[in-house]
Design a protein around this ligand. Structure first.
Ligand code: AMP
Ligand code: GLY
Length: 423
C-alpha cells in the first residue's frame, strides 16, 4: 500500500513510524515531512495547507490511504477534497473539524448538549467585551475563536491584563481573523489530562491518557509553547474519572456531533481539567495532539493502520485497540529562545543507539547533514515499567543528543510523580 501523511512535525513522525510496522505498507509519503522524517518516509515539498497540490499528488501517485494530521488542513477541508477523488482518509471532514476550528462552535455545542465545560460568554464587538471584563471575576480566560497555533488563549490574572487581551485580539488583530470573535470564560483549576480517542462516529475508543507540559519553563512557568514534553498514562486520570468522562463527555460529544449533522471520524482529542466539580472540557482538538502522540502511539500494541481503516470504514466496534500497561515519557528538545526568536541551521548529532526513540519536529537537511530548522527540534521517547523509569530513560537519551543552543525542561513528569495515585 502507498500511504500519504499530511504534516511535518514530531507527531507525524510518530504516526509514520507506527504505520511502518504494518507489513502491507510499501511506501509512505510525508507532505511536507522534515529532515528527520526523511529517514522513515519520502518527504515531498508540498505544504500541509496546500490542499490542491496535496490532492493532485495523491491522485498522480495512486495513494491508497491518506492520514491528515494537522488542524489547518482538516479545517480547510483536506479530507473532503481527497475523498471526492475516492481516496480513503483518516481524519474528520471540515464540517466536523470545526469542533477545533471554532471555539465559539465548540462552546455552543457543549452548552446545547450539557457537556461540562467552563461557563463562558461570546463577543463579536469590542465594546461589549470590554464592558464584560470590567466586572468579570478575575482571573478570567480570553480565547480567540479560530486557530492561532495554540497561542490564542490568554489567562488574565488582573483586570488590566484582561482589557489588554481583549484589545490585542479585537483591535490589534493579534491573531488576525481568528480573533474577530472571542470567548471569555471562567477560570478553572485542577490537573490537566489529554485524552486522544479513535472514533468512527458510532463508537468512541479512548487511547491511553497523557499529560502535556505547555509552559517553556520548569515548574510550569513562562510562556505557553506547543508542548515541551508528555508522559502517559496520566495518573490523575483514574478509572473513576475515565468512567465519568465516557458518560458525561465522550459519548455526549459524539452524539452531539451526529445530532448536528456533523459526524466526527478520526482522532478526537479531549483536553480536560479535573476540577473539584468533576472533569470539564478545556478544549477539543480534531486531531492527534503534539507531543501527546509521541507517548501514546509507542504504547499502542494494536496495528495503527488497521485501527485507522476501521475508523474510516465505521467498523471500530469490531476492532481491537490494545495499549501496553507500561509508561512512556517524551522530552522535547527545543532551540534556545523558543517560543520567541531562536537560531536555526545547527547540525544535530543523534547517536545510532537512540535514533529509533527520537521523533523529529523541526529539522532540515543541508548539504547532507540534518540541521535544526524549528523551535521544537525533536522529542525523545522512552518506555518503562514505571513512570519514573520511563522519565529517567528518556533523560539518559536526551543527554546523548547534541546540537548547539539546545534547551529542554528538566522536570517533565515531575508533577505526575507527585500525584496521589502514584504514591
Ligand atoms: P487551549 O489552547 O484551549 O488548550 O488552552 C491552553 C491552555 O490554557 C490550557 O492547556 C490550559 O492550561 C489553559 N486554559 C484554557 N482554558 C482555561 C480555563 N477555562 N481555565 C484555566 N485554564 C485554562
Ligand atoms: N499538545 C496539545 C496540542 O496538540 O494541541
Amino acid at each position: 500500500m502507498k500511504i500519504l501523511v499530511v504534516g511535518g512535525g514530531g507527531r507525524e513522525h510518530a504516526i509514520i513510524r507506527k504505520l511502518k510496522e504494518n507489513k502491507d505498507v510499501a511506501e509512505i509519503y510525508a507532505l511536507p515531512g522534515n529532515g528527520g522524517i526523511a529517514s522513515d518516509a519520502v518527504c515531498v515539498d508540498i505544504g500541509a495547507k496546500d490542499i490542491e497540490k496535496i490532492v493532485a499528488f495523491a491522485v498522480e501517485n495512486k495513494i491508497d490511504y491518506a492520514v491528515v494530521a494537522p488542524d489547518d488542513p482538516l479545517v480547510l477541508g483536506c479530507v473532503d477534497a481527497l475523498e471526492e477523488k475516492g481516496i480513503p482518509c483518516f481524519g474528520p471532514r471540515a464540517n466536523a473539524a470545526i469542533i477545533e476550528g471554532s471555539k465559539v462552535f465548540s462552546k455552543e455545542l457543549m452548552k446545547k448538549y450539557s457537556i461540562p465545560t467552563a461557563a463562558c460568554e461570546v463577543f463579536s464587538d469590542v465594546d461589549s467585551a470590554l464592558e464584560y471584563v470590567a466586572t468579570a471575576p478575575i482571573p478570567t480566560v480570553i480565547k480567540a475563536d479560530g486557530l492561532a497555533l495554540g497561542k490564542g488563549v490568554i489567562i488574565a490574572f488582573t483586570r488590566e491584563e484582561a482589557v489588554a487581551a481583549v484589545k490585542s485580539m479585537m483591535c490589534d488583530k493579534a491573531f488576525g481573523k481568528s480573533g474577530e470573535r472571542i470567548v471569555i470564560e471562567e477560570f478553572l483549576e485542577g490537573p490537566e489530562v489529554s485524552v486522544l480517542s479513535f472514533t468512527d462516529g458510532k463508537t468512541v475508543v479512548p487511547m491511553i491518557s497523557s499529560m502535556d507540559h505547555k509552559r517553556i519553563g520548569e515548574n510550569d512557568t513562562g510562556l505557553n509553547t506547543g508542548g515541551m514534553g508528555t508522559i502517559a498514562p496520566n495518573p490523575y486520570y483514574t478509572d473513576a474519572v475515565a468512567a465519568e468522562c465516557m458518560e458525561k463527555i465522550f459519548l455526549p460529544t459524539i452524539n452531539a456531533m451526529n445530532a448536528e449533522g456533523r459526524p466526527f471520524k478520526g482522532c478526537l482529542y479531549f483536553g480536560l481539567m479535573i476540577t473539584k466539580d468533576g472533569p470539564k472540557v478545556i478544549e477539543y482538538n480534531c486531531r492527534f495532539g503534539d507531543p501527546e502522540t509521541q507517548v501514546v502511539l509507542p504504547l499502542l500494541e494494536s496495528d495503527l493502520l488497521t485501527v485507522m481503516q476501521a475508523v474510516t470504514n465505521e467498523k471500530l466496534a469490531e476492532t481491537e485497540v490494545k495499549f501496553s500497561e507500561k509508561n512512556a515519557c517524551c522530552v522535547i528538545m527545543a532551540s534556545k529562545g523558543y517560543p520567541e526568536s531562536y537560531g536555526k541551521g545547527y547540525p544535530i548529532d543523534i547517536p545510532q543507539s537512540v535514533k529509533e526513540n527520537v521523533y523529529v519536529a523541526g529539522a532540515a537537511i543541508k548539504d547532507g547533514q540534518v540541521v535544526t530548522s524549528g523551535g521544537r527540534v525533536l522529542g525523545v521517547t522512552a518506555i518503562g515499567e514505571t513512570l519514573e523509569k520511563a522519565i529517567n530513560a528518556s533523560y539518559d537519551m536526551v543527554k546523548e543528543i547534541k546540537f548547539e543552543n539546545s534547551y529542554y525542561r528538566r522536570d517533565i513528569g515531575a508533577r505526575a510523580l507527585k500525584a496521589p495515585e502514584v504514591n
